[in-house]
Design a protein around this ligand. Structure first.
Ligand SMILES: Cc1ncc(COP(=O)(O)O)c(C=O)c1O
Length: 453
């Protein structure tokens, strides 16, 4: 048995029980693994459906250009369908999106225009406005408009909903979905509620998005809107695909909790998925009191982890945002407080008296000593110096090379806190570190105390 083209492989994705992340929950949690779609996301389903409905309606004809504002996954679905069906694609996206997502669209021959994130949707520079302008400018073009095009939720009403109903043999009690355009949650949720009105449909929202407040108060509050990091979910306007009557509750998840959980899913469940899966899982844990033993919770894992290798799966990216928690600091973390400062050194030929003055000026208790070539040839620390000067006050006028101790040892930037602290002793009270960027820094006992405090 074979498929006639890649589009026929869209859908019928597996439903997989989670076992470790959910160990403290009373209920079963089953994840719908949408990464096995050809574009590695659930969006393949609605992209094809929007195209086929537009073809039927005569809006999209051979040789036309598809123009859409997309954060990547919808673009990927459209781009794949466009390759098979012979359309050209132009996508507008925001500078918040991962580089990998943009490059992946280009891999399918699509053109991508990157627009600023931090502007209103109505701003002419926004990715919504730019795509609307391009549709007017490019002849024979069609804009799917995934936000307001109801073929989007219809795809999930026809596919995702029935799949979940059949895969759980009608046992599903809760559906948990990150909400962007609203297509996934509302299409799937509508189908499931028609089958069993008791099924609870739970939307995951981000801080910085309008959904939760609108659902709870009916107020579209512009003050809720601010830039956030989580990708794929939350909006600053109300897309037509969001049918609030289908969604029972919105749960907001912070960028940090979503990012941390995104990293835990592959480590604990062996499933490599993206940021909205992390957000949804973090939301499920937040909502744990809503579930009981007999419940069967289905969560949608929208897209693949490879698209976030430069972000949530990158330690530096996580560290820069303060998202790495409970991680024992490494050598490179210990220089955090002074990494912007240039290392203070003494030349081996400088006079002891001058070096003491320098140490006083910079308020430091130890100093690395270099030769004229810049090599580290020794070190000085104040207690060693103090005892030497007490015995021989005349040393004050001599070159420091006559009083120095061995140079401070270098450590790897990923050396553990334990390794570093073992090297710091009474005799040797600092270590040195060369950063990836080639700068040299000193790590002292104080840095270790700061890290532990
Ligand atoms: C990674 C990811 N997660 C979640 C969503 C939200 O899905 P929907 O637009 O169907 O609400 C999207 C859609 O843009 C997405 O790309």
């Amino acid at each position: 048995m074979w498929y006639n083209n890649i589009l026929e492989t869209i859908g019928n994705t597996p439903l997989v029980k989670l076992n470790k992340l959910t160990k403290d929950l009373p209920c079963a949690v089953l994840a719908k693994i949408e990464t096995v779609n050809p574009g590695n996301s659930i969006k393949d389903r609605m992209a094809l459906k929007m195209i086929e409905d537009a073809e039927k309606a005569g809006l999209l004809k051979p040789g036309y250009t598809i123009i859409e504002g997309t954060s990547g996954n919808t673009g990927m679905g459209l781009a794949i369908a466009a390759v098979i069906k012979g359309y050209r694609c132009i996508f507008t996206t925001t500078d918040k999106q991962s580089r990998e997502k943009v490059d992946a669209l280009k891999a399918f021959g699509a053109e991508v225009v990157v627009c600023p994130t931090d502007v209103d949707p109505e701003d002419p520079r926004s990715y919504y406005s730019v795509s609307s302008r391009l549709v007017k400018e490019v002849k024979n073009s069609w804009k799917p408009n995934q936000y307001d095009n109801l073929s989007n939720s219809q795809a999930h009403y026809e596919q995702t909903g029935p799949e979940i109903w059949e895969q759980t043999e009608g046992k599903v009690t809760h559906l948990v979905v990150g909400v962007g355009t609203g297509g996934t949650i509302c299409g799937t949720g509508k189908y499931l509620k028609e089958k069993n009105p008791a099924i609870k449909i739970l939307g995951i929202d981000t801080y910085g998005s309008v959904f939760k407040k609108y659902k709870e108060t009916g107020v579209f509050d512009k003050n809720e809107i601010y830039p956030y990091i989580t990708e794929g979910i939350g909006e600053d306007f109300l897309p037509a695909n969001v049918d609030f009557s289908i969604i029972d509750h919105f749960e907001k998840v912070t960028d940090k909790d979503a990012a941390i959980m995104t990293r835990r899913i592959p480590r604990e469940e062996g499933i490599f998925v993206g940021n909205s899966a992390g957000s949804a899982m973090a939301g499920i844990l937040q909502m744990s009191q809503m579930f009981k033993e007999t419940d069967v919770v289905v969560v949608i894992f929208h897209d693949h982890g490879t698209r976030y290798l430069g972000k949530m799966f990158n330690d530096d990216w996580m560290r820069d945002r303060g998202f790495l928690v409970n991680e024992k600091p490494k050598a490179v973390d210990l220089i955090e407080n002074h990494k912007h400062l240039k290392l203070v050194t003494a030349n081996e030929n400088e006079v002891v008296h001058d070096v003491v003055a320098k140490m006083r000026k910079y308020n430091i208790s130890q100093i690395p000593v270099v030769n004229d070539a810049g090599d580290f040839v020794g070190a000085l620390n104040d207690s060693h110096l103090f005892s030497q000067l007490l015995e021989q006050p005349e040393l004050r006028a001599e070159a420091v090379k006559n009083v120095i101790q061995p140079p401070f040892p270098f450590v790897r930037h990923d050396a553990s806190l334990d390794e570093v602290s073992k090297l710091i002793t009474k005799e040797n009270n600092a270590v040195m570190l060369k950063t990836m960027g080639g700068n040299i820094h000193i790590i002292t006992k104080q840095d270790i105390i700061d890290a532990l405090g």
